[in-house]
Design a binder for this molecule. Structure first.
Ligand SMILES: Nc1ncnc2c1ncn2[C@@H]1O[C@H](COP(=O)(O)OP(=O)(O)OP(=O)(O)O)[C@@H](O)[C@H]1O
Length: 655
């Protein structure tokens, strides 16, 4: 294997080749703008090139490769071959073997999966250490020698490094159990139950990148959707996929996906009913109840003739289509078409020429008859009518009907929709007509979704696969799942495989041990986390004044490195941020990028900070019905250090 100087020379050669690739591609864009006439493609390519240019130019901290594998003599087609692995494929000439192979290529899988027990023909696995953009070291594992490999120091250092800024990719250090999930085929739906910091989000994002590489043409049309819990989370993860060269993945929240202006908040009792699975039948009924029975025949005058479908035949058509239609509006269109076809048969029997113009005229003429029995509906009108008078919702109890009833009837135009209404509107919309689907959907923090939200996701992945990521112990919504099988059923994938991850890469062992003590209070069956990390620090301090204690803790934390997150019950946070402001400490909100971030407990999910200052656990517990779960989330955000400050008594589990 080459020595360090030779590896550095190889890295320079790769950088030069990458620069030439960018220059060549840029030229292609310039040419493409004139010849393709496809502005979209040129734009996407331009965006891709900018990312590429930024990676090798401005950012400069993305090494061209992170690992290499050298095969032994008895490795078939790979015999004595050496491959370098990087975030992207690099080649210096067409027809020559690439200098660097994309981490997603089939040959790269061996880098992640090979072990001393199962070397897969690999003689040496080399991991490279970089500092900024300089190759500083490498570490070899000789897998064929049969000696058991110890833990890689470079992997440990990467996992234990202090965190700053947004989430980074983990391509250099993906662990074997994670790699298996990342490389699961496009046709397979999988559910990953993982304790905090086990890399669920990382696995989900890398799976998106892998699928786009391995199944690009199949995914080109429908795309990949990543759903996260809130904007702060999306901000945190937003850089990972672009760094991996994937800029076309839609990353959003379920609220943004449903795209409704939310102008009101439901009482808890109303929200509970609206998110209940029975609402699917209630809404289906509310739509299909509008279909009536014809009370007259269809009669259409056509020059000197009159074509007709008698009342009985008309009623039969309605009944038949009602049972076979996939959606309400296709049913309506089919009814029009069926009536027109009946008229056409009569007209043709009389020698009429039934061309396109004639057919369209007939369709217009029969529409008023259809409207009487199968009226055109809009989702917001259906829901406004139901919420104005929910007595027709026979699947609900009287109390439930009252809980969702508006105080006075309203029209759709003046309705002030809530977040739960947005989900119901989507459901009604789907009863009316099909929604477009994605090629693959990745759902993070899926334990928090209600049955109705799950259905909204299920219909967007109809006939396609999904990746479900979550942790039952971190469920904080009133409808949070307590078992995955039923959640998967609502998500339309009842038989998806459930895989558990329990090695935590974020939270150090001392902090994990504290958080694990809460598990018994959470009433869900999940294995406790095992931490990969033996470093880290935990302090629990009683303070007389929370705000003053917080300021002092932040000051101490600022003397070290890494990001700092102050997390407190939502109603406590303003007093703390006022105190930070008064002392001139700069900080940002949960979706900002300052070194200190002030985070309400309800937004902490999915985020992580090098140093977390968690304020008053007892208050976090009492702030909401699932307070213990929220506290579990808060305590597991720390990467290197957790300071717990309390004035009130600590919750008994934490003693
Ligand atoms: N193989 C790995 N190599 C390096 N870092 C890793 C690896 N796996 C996970 N991490 C890091 O551990 C941290 C936690 O990962 P991630 O946020 O994906 O976990 P999670 O299971 O989604 O956690 P939570 O449920 O608490 O949101 C991240 O900083 C991630 O980059």
């Amino acid at each position: 294997m080459p020595d360090l100087d030779e590896e550095r020379a190889y890295a320079d050669r790769c950088r030069d080749a990458l620069r030439r690739m960018v220059a060549g591609a840029r030229e292609n864009v310039a040419v493409g703008e004139h010849t393709w006439g496809d502005r979209y493609t040129a734009e996407r390519l331009g965006f891709y090139l900018k990312t590429l240019a930024r990676d090798i130019g401005e950012e400069g901290d993305n090494p061209p490769f992170f690992g290499a594998i050298a095969y032994g003599a008895a490795a078939g087609e790979h015999s004595r071959q050496r491959y370098y692995l990087g975030r992207r494929h690099i080649s210096d000439a067409i027809g020559r073997p690439p200098l660097v192979i994309d981490w997603r290529a089939p040959v790269s899988a061996a880098f992640y999966q090979a072990s001393a027990v199962e070397p897969r023909g690999i003689d040496t696995r080399r991991r490279f250490g970089w500092s900024a953009n300089r190759l500083t070291s490498f570490e070899d594992e000789h897998l064929l020698s049969g000696a058991p490999a110890g833990d890689s120091e470079l992997v440990r250092r990467e996992i234990e490094r202090a965190r700053v800024g947004p989430m980074r990719d983990i391509v250099a250090t993906i662990q074997p159990e994670q790699d298996t999930l990342v490389r699961t085929g496009l046709d397979v739906s999988v559910c990953i139950q993982g304790a905090p910091g086990t890399g669920k989000t990382a696995v989900g994002l890398h799976r998106a990148a892998y699928l786009l590489y391995a199944y690009r043409s199949r995914l080109q049309r429908n795309g990949v959707l990543v759903l996260g819990p809130n904007r702060a989370f999306l901000h945190y993860i937003s850089a990972v996929l672009p760094t991996l060269g994937e800029v076309d993945v839609e990353q959003t929240t379920i609220e943004q996906l449903l795209d409704r202006e939310v102008r009101a908040v439901d009482e808890p009792a109303a929200a509970a009913v609206k998110h209940d699975a029975r609402m699917a039948d209630v809404l289906h009924d509310a739509v299909y109840r509008r279909i009536g029975r014809p009370d007259r025949a269809v009669v259409v005058a056509d020059e000197s003739y009159k074509w007709r479908v008698n009342q009985h035949e008309f009623a039969e058509m309605v009944d038949e289509i009602r049972t076979e239609a996939t959606t309400y509006l296709t049913g309506r269109e089919r009814l029009v078409a069926r009536i027109v076809a009946a008229l056409q048969r009569q007209a043709e029997a009389r020698g009429q020429n039934c061309n396109g113009v004639w057919l369209r005229r007939m369709a217009r003429a029969v529409t008023p008859y259809v409207e009487e029995v199968w009226p055109l509906l809009k989702a917001d009108e259906v829901l406004a009518s139901l919420l104005s008078d929910p007595r027709e919702a026979t699947g609900l109890t009287c109390e439930e009907q009252q809980a969702i009833a508006w105080p006075r009837p309203r029209k759709a135009k003046t309705a002030r929709w809530t977040a739960a209404d947005a989900v119901l509107l989507d459901e009604v919309g789907a009863v009316l007509e099909r929604v477009p689907t994605y090629g693959h959907v990745i759902v993070d923090e899926a334990q928090d979704l209600s049955p109705m939200q799950c259905r909204a996701i299920a219909r967007r992945s109809d006939h396609n696969s999904i990746t479900v990521l979550g942790d039952l112990a971190q469920g904080t919504t009133p409808w949070a799942a307590t078992d995955w099988r039923s959640q998967l059923t609502y998500l339309g994938k009842p038989t998806a495989e459930i895989v558990a991850l329990s090695t935590g890469y974020r939270v150090p062992a001392t902090v994990v041990e504290l958080a694990n003590r809460l598990l018994t209070a959470l009433q869900v069956e999940v294995p406790p986390t095992r931490s990969f990390r033996s470093d880290g620090e935990l302090t629990i301090t009683h303070v007389d004044d929370l705000a003053a204690g917080c300021v002092a803790a932040v000051r101490r934390a600022l003397a070290g490195e890494g990001s700092i997150g102050v997390i407190a019950a939502d109603h406590r946070l303003p007093a703390l941020t006022d105190a930070l402001k008064a002392t001139g400490i700069e900080f940002s909100a949960a979706d900002g990028d300052a070194r200190v971030t002030a985070v309400p407990a309800t937004l902490a999910k999915g985020l992580e900070y090098d140093h977390v200052i968690a304020i008053e656990p007892a208050e976090i517990i009492t702030a909401e019905p699932r307070g213990p779960n929220r506290l579990y989330v808060v305590l597991t955000r720390a990467v290197s250090r957790l300071d717990v400050l309390h004035h009130r008594a600590l919750p008994p589990e934490l003693h």
